[in-house]
Design a protein around this ligand. Structure first.
Ligand code: MG
Length: 159
């Protein structure tokens, strides 16, 4: 068994859709990035890549590559899963925290879990997503951006 950690943050700007865990969430601002800037999926991708000893999301999907422009990060997660499968690893479980001041994610977490578990081909109870505010402090508190942490454990299948 191996473990990986992932962290990501993106700036909140007007004129972008807010996409978290592959779910489009109604909000007056969205996250700025080369892809859809899904900060939660990026943290999860990095955690899986970390567990695999495969560097980070920037090595695998460079933001200079036009192919990844505005791409759904569910596609990036699919590619990371393919790499894990190729190396005979299965995702055991994921825990994650999204840190944002608003909007409230409560009503969207079920769908995010469904999206992630479907792409990774694991049961939904192996994917945990928590949401917290930053109590008004710092860049998250000032609603300049959203951050996410993820930790994942993976298990080698063929041993
Ligand atoms: Mg990112």
């Amino acid at each position: 068994m191996r473990i990986g950690i992932g962290y990501d943050s993106h700036r909140l700007v007007e004129g972008r859709n807010l996409v978290l865990g592959g779910v489009e969430i109604p909000h007056e601002k969205g996250l700025l990035g080369h892809s859809d800037a899904d900060v939660l999926l990026h943290a999860i991708c990095d955690a899986i890549l970390g567990a695999l000893g495969e560097g980070d999301i920037g090595n695998h999907f460079p933001d200079t590559d036009p192919f990844y422009k505005d791409i759904s990060s569910l596609n990036l997660l699919l590619n990371v899963k393919a790499l894990a499968f190729k190396k005979s690893y299965k995702i055991n479980n994921i825990d994650s925290t999204v840190i944002l001041e608003s909007p409230r994610l409560k009503g969207h977490i079920y769908k995010m879990v469904q999206n992630i578990s479907k792409v990774l081909e694991i049961e939904p109870n192996r994917v945990n997503i928590k949401a917290k505010t930053n109590e008004g402090m710092g860049f998250v508190g000032q609603e300049e951006g959203i951050a996410a942490f993820a930790i994942v454990s993976i298990t080698r299948e063929d041993v």
